[in-house]
Design a protein. Structure first.
Length: 447
């Protein structure tokens, strides 16, 4: 009697928890021919960093497959075969077009839309639908969440932030409609509960992430279900499931320990940051990237955006000996010391990107890693922060898109080639049938 494939939507259930599973061999068709033709689902991740980059240390000196990683991108050396640098791409929607100042707000708003946002700091905001939401409309029906929006800073939906532009433009990159930005979730505990809690648990207990020390592990709650499932799996699937559940428990333990660290003297919580968010920037970033990786690994979503910071952000980075504000430094006036510090911030961000890639590269899915099957965009809507220019942007495309990208390379395009040409290419790889996105003029050539 032939076995029936395990349902792809199988979850481990316990009281108040539902743990989605990674792709297992037991979920593939029983026929060898069908299993061989089974294709990993398309996945898209978009990560935005603010204030541009120190371009001399970002852009490789040579083009083609054998390019050398420039200083800022050196942390990605381990994943060199999956990293393409795309030079020459332009975000025309972020340009003034007679609207004057406000490049940061415009670049944040147009980064994933390609649109030129309406200049207003009132309630009458107007942008356009972002590429992640176009993809989510097509791919989101297969997953628990059509898309996820993550970040390290909260999303404002009103108020003025940049020369007459609404804060909604500079603090959101995902737009469900031309008037509806999707806010970023910044609390890793809240994301964890969304991923692994049942809808009843999340809705009835809004403070669940803050109370994680007082409840059992989600794995303990689903232990009986996990044991029952493991008895039905082969050796390879058992190992994969063990690795996945270990990753879930490791992240949960770090969340609990982080909560303990946030309690100050006399039991008074540290109020310098919202409850549930680690005070240490690096730990916060890594936990949020762990959430991103777990969400993709569990197939809870296939579309994800991640804002490292709001566009125009001026936070300092004393942990890497940069006590000055990021935005202030970006207006370097060609001062060598300021440029060096901008490069340090850029490199620090890329180091955390490498942390995410390490996580995704470890996951095996039918003989491929998630870096083989995914399309990951990393970059900024501003090139040189001092010039506020929006051509020749710092853009990376990471992953092989399920084989669509044969070789990672430094590819250069004529100045004013729309960034949206890349997004149109990605949509087509995901099976979204459209001939235009944003200000695209055609599908970007990635051959």
């Amino acid at each position: 009697m032939k076995r029936q494939p395990l349902d792809r939507r199988t979850v481990l259930r316990g009281i108040g928890t539902a743990i989605s599973l990674p792709m297992l061999e037991a979920m593939l068709p029983t026929s060898r021919a069908m299993a061989a033709s089974a294709k990993a689902p398309a996945r898209m991740l978009f990560l935005m960093v603010p204030n541009g980059a120190h371009m001399p240390a970002w852009t490789p000196k040579s083009t083609g497959v054998n390019y050398e990683l420039p200083p800022i991108l050196e942390p990605l050396a381990k994943h060199r075969d999956h990293v393409s640098v795309l030079s020459g791409l332009t975000l025309d929607g972020a340009r003034p077009h007679e609207d004057g100042a406000g490049d940061h707000a415009r670049s944040g708003a147009s980064f994933l839309t390609g649109s030129h946002p309406k200049k207003t700091d009132g309630a009458d905001i107007k942008n356009d639908v972002s590429v992640d939401q176009v993809a989510a409309e097509f791919l989101g029906k297969e997953t628990k969440f059509a898309s996820l929006q993550l970040g390290l800073q909260g999303s404002a939906q009103s108020g003025g932030c940049d020369s007459g532009y609404s804060c909604a433009y500079s603090s959101n990159v995902s737009w469900r409609s031309e008037t509806s930005p999707l806010p970023n979730e910044t609390d890793p505990g809240a994301v964890f509960d969304r991923l692994f809690g049942t809808p009843e648990k999340v809705s009835n207990n809004p403070n669940a992430s803050r109370q994680s020390q007082k409840r059992k592990s989600v794995l303990d709650l689903a232990l009986d279900d996990a044991k029952s499932l493991q008895s039905k799996l082969g050796a390879a699937d058992k190992r994969k499931l063990d690795e996945y559940l270990y990753a879930v428990r490791d992240v949960e333990n770090r969340l609990v320990n982080g909560n303990r660290l946030r309690i100050g003297e006399n039991g008074v919580p540290n109020v310098s940051r919202p409850a549930g968010i680690p005070k240490d920037w690096s730990e916060h970033c890594k936990l949020m990237m762990d959430m991103a990786a777990l969400a993709i690994r569990a197939d809870a979503t296939r579309i994800l955006t991640f804002m490292i910071a709001r566009e125009g952000d001026n936070d300092p980075y004393p942990q890497i000996a940069v006590p000055e504000g990021h935005h202030d430094l970006s207006h370097h006036g060609k001062n060598a010391e300021k440029q060096e510090k901008i490069q340090k911030i850029n490199t620090y961000h890329v180091q955390h990107l490498a942390y995410l890639l390490d996580n995704l590269a470890e996951v095996d899915e039918a003989g491929q890693s998630f870096l083989d099957t995914s399309m990951i965009v990393y970059g900024s809507g501003i090139s040189d922060g001092d010039r506020h220019n929006h051509e020749d942007l710092p853009i990376l495309l990471i992953g092989k898109g399920g084989g669509a990208i044969k070789k990672a390379a430094h590819r250069t395009y004529p100045i004013d080639t729309p960034l949206c040409n890349l997004y149109l290419w990605m949509l087509k790889q995901a099976g979204v049938h459209t001939n235009r996105f944003g200000d695209s003029t055609g599908v970007l050539d990635l051959s």
